[in-house]
Design a protein around this ligand. Structure first.
Ligand code: 16G
Ligand code: ZN
Length: 542
């Protein structure tokens, strides 16, 4: 390690005094002006990680659905997964080290993680469209170069595109070509193959309006358009030319406020969807003829995909095990529908993509979605190999055709991480193949009314949870109180958990009516306020 270079460059990326940040579920995320030293140091860490695992590592500069003034950074592991949890701690240590300690902390990480500094390192870099992202990604490069790493800067890409590139690179092209053209070609080819077999739909069925949150999704969808024939009718809205990123639009806005985004004029029964700011989340929605807004969230997306895959799996008769992975936020009626009507096992894990991804890896076909619209499907290597073999060798026409569809689904789905572009194409293909309108899809089940609230407490770490965040262990008495409150209502459920991204405690409640869900959420928030050290005035009724 060149100590002089490290000293010189870290002085160019000084850490503001007294600032402490944590590598959380979404990496580091805060005001962009506080991040220069963090991204420089994540450049250093990416090199160490690359040397430790002898593979290419990714680094993405984005703050997803946060306001335009924020930014963030996260590392991508060799197969396109989130950074390994043991390294999250190193990331936090490195980001918070004082300048004079930097070399010592690097040496410690090298010792703990058995990093051989003489090895080569290659880092792939990507960034979103925020005004601050370009400069921050330059600082990442400074960090990489100080430790003698090589890099490839992909510039503006969606988060899932960067995950994809990293996976392609580390699997020697088996997953695809590590270029944007490679990504567009693979997805568009699989999509066209799939919809070839659809007989349905007049022209109106083929239109889709997409709110791109004024972010990177708009740019990348425009790049992708020429790969599709003209009959694929996607209309890009909120493309970033007029308004600010994520401002009154995007998947997070639509999900949280349960209303349409600005900048998109919806006609009755028109199919619309929203991406978030880095295009790793998607939700669908429409307005009925009475003008009511209907949200189709991650739970209903998981349900649609599961119905489709289950039918195909029945046709190929291979006894593949399939499961759906959700979090506590999944609407109770989605879980009920999946378990009781579709008869698919459902597993609940802690909030955060890495937990869902990890669980889904246990199955031949693991469908995972968070209610907020982040999700994908994972296929085991064994299942994929068998499916591709059936495509080539199976004599029975029906079985072979089903295998072909499954093989195209495997190619269309970005298995590295939730991907709004890929998920959208999967959904559009399924709707076309099944001849379903957006209303028919929506009517699979009716969401239970629900309410999300947040409460400020002195220290949110006093809340400790268990059972995939569905029950609290501490503070004492809180779970008992929640149990009593839940019993007052029909079809009710409530849980509380400390946020991983904001300094608040989150409350979720659902019940038979909106009034009851609101009342339950309010009563639970009061219990949190009183038993967990609430700050300021007690929460008011909704
Ligand atoms: C992060 C997570 C997301 C989760 C959200 C919860 C990743 C890549 N993202 O954005 O999955 O739903 O945090 O936020 O893991 P919260 O802890 O503030 O409720
Ligand atoms: Zn995102």
């Amino acid at each position: 390690m060149d100590s002089e270079a490290l000293k010189k460059y870290s002085a160019l990326h000084p850490k503001p005094a007294g600032l402490t940040l944590h590598y959380g579920t979404a990496g580091f995320r805060t005001k962009a002006e506080q991040l220069d030293h963090v991204v420089f140091r994540m450049g250093l860490l990416a090199v160490l990680r690359s040397k430790a695992v002898t593979a290419t590592i990714g680094i993405m500069v984005t703050a997803s659905h946060n306001p335009e003034e924020d930014n963030g950074v996260k590392l991508v592991d060799p197969l396109g997964e989130m950074l390994h949890p043991s390294w999250e701690e190193y990331a936090t240590q490195l980001a918070n080290a004082e300048e004079q300690e930097l070399q010592k902390v690097i040496t410690e990480i090298c010792q703990k993680a058995a990093v051989n500094l003489h090895k080569d390192a290659l880092v792939f870099i990507g960034r979103d469209t925020r005004p601050s992202s370009k400069k921050l990604s330059q600082s990442v490069i400074d960090g990489i170069q100080v430790l003698g790493g090589q890099y490839h800067d992909y510039g503006l890409v969606t988060t899932p595109q960067l995950h994809y590139m990293v996976c392609c690179q580390n699997t020697q092209g088996q997953y695809g070509k590590a270029t944007l053209e490679g990504y567009y070609e693979k997805l568009s080819k699989a999509f066209m193959e799939l919809i070839k077999q659809s007989h349905s739909s007049g022209e109106s069925q083929r239109h889709l309006k997409i709110d791109c949150a004024n972010g990177i999704g708009a740019l990348k969808l425009s790049e992708m358009k020429p790969y599709f024939p003209q009959e694929v009718l996607i209309h890009i809205h909120n493309d970033g030319t007029k308004e600010k990123l994520n401002h009154l639009c995007g998947a997070d806005f639509v999900k949280v406020h349960q209303k349409p985004p600005g900048g998109l004029d919806m006609k009755p029964n028109e199919r619309c969807c929203s991406f978030d700011g880095d295009a790793d989340r998607i939700v669908y929605y429409y307005k009925d003829t009475a003008g009511h807004f209907h949200l189709i969230d991650g739970d209903k997306i998981a349900t649609l995909i599961s119905i489709f895959l289950k039918e195909l799996l029945a046709k190929v008769k291979q006894n593949f095990n399939m499961a759906v992975v959700q979090t506590a936020y999944a609407n109770g009626n989605s879980t009920r529908y999946l378990q009781e009507t579709l008869k698919v096992p459902v597993h609940c894990v802690k909030t955060g993509v890495k937990h869902l991804h990890h669980k889904a890896q246990e199955f031949d076909v693991g469908v995972y979605f968070e209610a907020n619209g982040h999700g994908t499907v994972l296929f085991s290597k064994a299942a994929e190999t068998k499916i591709r073999q059936l495509v080539k060798e199976e004599k029975d026409d029906e079985k072979r055709e089903a295998a072909k569809m499954l093989a195209n689904m495997i190619d269309l789905i970005n298995q590295t991480v939730g991907d709004a572009v890929s998920d959208m194409l999967v959904i559009e293909a399924i709707l076309a193949l099944k001849g379903l309108t957006v209303q028919q899809w929506d009517s699979l089940y009716t969401d239970l009314p629900n309410r999300l609230l947040k409460v400020q407490v002195a220290d949110r770490r006093v809340i400790d949870t268990t059972d995939a965040e569905r029950r609290v262990l501490t503070p004492p008495g809180l779970q008992e109180k929640i149990d009593v409150l839940v019993k007052k209502y029909k079809l009710s459920r409530a849980f509380v958990r400390p946020s991983g991204t904001e300094d608040v405690v989150r409350i979720y409640a659902e019940a038979d009516t909106q009034e009851n869900a609101d009342a339950l959420a309010h009563e639970v928030s009061l219990a949190v306020f009183h038993l967990a050290g609430g700050k300021g005035a007690p929460p008011q009724p909704i």
